[in-house]
Design a protein around this ligand. Structure first.
Ligand code: ACO
Length: 468
């Protein structure tokens, strides 16, 4: 449980000059009033609430911070994942990602994220047993999947089936009950591969494959995706590569989807609904959807000769170089470095992929180009992961679904930490209101103004569907 040291703004100073030097405080002078204030600094942060005392007069609401995309606002204190974006460092519970990828397994990392420490052998055995024995889903979830169109995006299917899980486990809304929390953690981690594979099999028109509890986590997922006959022998090299991808995607502190899980979870909704919010956030092309976008981009570039023209287009802001850039990393994403090492091993097992040559050349040219270096744009985790997924014969629109499988453990760890944090309340940001005030209701015959709805009457747009 995170214990918090409450910090309070010191009383404002007499306004006759800056506060005395020294101490972990920030002195602020409000030039509107000439008043000075001293605000405590803890762990490199000030509490934005401490600004509220800064007022022009007694009727003033008080000063607020304005940070539309949380670019410089910490929303929580967390002990799960550490990132140093300038140095390209990623650690879970203090252990470098490189060591975890070399020595651990995804399920062990999931335990580490949730419980805070590496498990002993009996602890790990119990954990793996529990996850392995909750991989099956209710048959009605299968029916839910069957209701989707054949060309439904699997991420949309996953989103709805994760949300639907909350209806199968109504007691999960007892969020303060440790047993309920544990069951939700186990179920979500265990069932996510099953739900992901069902979405894939549906989109291919193949019969669903049930989990095989004799296989390990990543082997079982490969089996549910690809098994066609009665037996399926997953290639251990591919299962290992997938497990490493799972480790690399397990958590990444307060990213867009984790923030969504925490924000939605702060309403005290059940964990399945909170995790469904994470799946929705991950779907977007600026977040987890980027791996899908990278592959589409590489295919569009088609050959190395077209790279200079493509990069010109990026620099002219016609489009983005997908898989490049990160809000936090201003250096090579350490996850991208690890994935890059494994691409070759996977291609050895599956055969060459010409897109790898395009990706390698694209990276080289971008890293030699001032436009990218000046902005500290480096490859992120999504730049190479798609190439491994493709080598595993996983269709492009499944890439983000696969990202959601391991990120589930991070979402749950963050959700639990949020619930144990006495300082957390329902997430409810403030706004800077910019609209009109004190307007009177105008009778309809007296209203005028420019047309707001333009174009032809609304009708169903013609969609180009897969297979059409
Ligand atoms: N291609 C071209 N230019 C870029 C890119 C890119 N991929 N990313 C950022 N830039 C440029 C911006 O245009 C901006 O330039 P400017 O200052 O001249 O206007 C500058 O770099 C800073 O970019 P911001 O958009 O301010 O950076 P932000 O932190 O808001 O965005 C993001 C980060 C969303 C990841 C962005 O880099 C991006 O869109 N990348 C492509 C999508 C992608 O790969 N997403 C996956 C991220 S990893 C993950 O979610 C798992």
């Amino acid at each position: 449980m995170a214990t918090q040291q409450k910090t309070k703004a010191k009383a404002k100073t007499d306004g006759k000059g800056p506060a005395k030097k020294g101490g972990d405080t920030l002195s602020v002078t409000d030039n509107r009033t000439g008043e000075s204030y001293e605000v405590e600094i803890t762990e490199g942060t000030i509490r934005t609430m401490d600004l509220r005392q800064i007022k022009v007069d007694d009727d003033d609401f008080g000063l607020m911070g304005y940070d539309p995309a949380f670019t410089n606002t910490a929303s929580c204190r967390s002990a799960i994942t550490f990132i140093d974006g300038e140095a390209g460092i990623l650690e879970h519970r203090g252990i470098p990602i490189e060591q975890l990828c070399e020595h651990s397994t995804y399920l062990e990392v999931a335990y580490l994220l949730i419980f805070g420490e590496l498990p002993t052998q009996p602890q790990l055995d119990r954990w793996v047993y529990d996850v392995t024995h909750h991989t099956f889903v209710h048959e009605d979830i299968k029916k839910l999947n069957e209701a989707f169109r054949h060309d439904a995006h699997p991420m949309g299917m996953l989103l709805s089936s994760v949300g639907a899980l909350s209806t199968f486990y109504p007691t999960a809304k007892e969020t303060g009950d440790p047993e309920e929390r544990y069951m939700a953690a186990i179920r979500l981690i265990a069932k996510m591969p099953t739900l992901a594979a069902f979405a894939y099999r549906h989109s291919m028109g193949f019969p669903y494959v049930y989990p095989d509890n004799e296989l390990n986590y990543s082997e079982d997922f490969l089996s549910m995706l690809f098994k066609m006959e009665n037996t399926f022998e997953p290639d251990p090299r591919l299962a290992k590569a997938l497990d490493i991808l799972f480790i690399l995607h397990a958590d990444h502190e307060q990213n867009c989807s984790t923030n969504a899980v925490r924000a939605v979870g702060s309403s005290d909704v059940d964990p399945y609904s909170a995790v469904a919010a994470g799946v929705a956030a991950l779907y977007g092309p600026l977040h987890g959807g980027a791996n899908e976008a990278v592959l589409r981009m590489l295919r569009r570039i088609e050959s190395k000769e077209n790279i200079p023209d493509f990069l010109e287009g990026v620099k002219n802001r016609e489009e983005k170089l997908m898989g490049f850039g990160h809000r936090v990393y201003k250096n090579y994403d350490p996850r991208a470095r690890i994935i890059k090492k494994h691409v070759d091993e996977v291609l050895e097992a599956t055969g060459e992929n010409p897109l790898l040559d395009i990706a390698t050349e694209l990276e080289k040219r971008a890293l030699d180009d001032e436009f990218f270096t000046e902005r500290k744009l480096y490859p992120n985790v999504d730049f190479y992961s798609g190439l491994i997924y493709e080598a595993l014969r996983i269709p492009t629109d499944m890439f983000t679904v696969i990202f959601a499988i391991p990120r589930t453990s991070g979402w749950i760890a963050q959700w639990m930490e949020m619930h144990d944090d006495d300082e957390q309340k329902i997430a409810r940001p403030r706004q800077v209101y910019t609209g009109k005030r004190d307007e009177d209701y105008t009778a309809i015959e007296k209203r005028e103004g420019p047309e707001k709805i333009t174009g032809p009457p609304a009708k169903r747009p013609k969609l180009i569907r897969r297979g059409a």
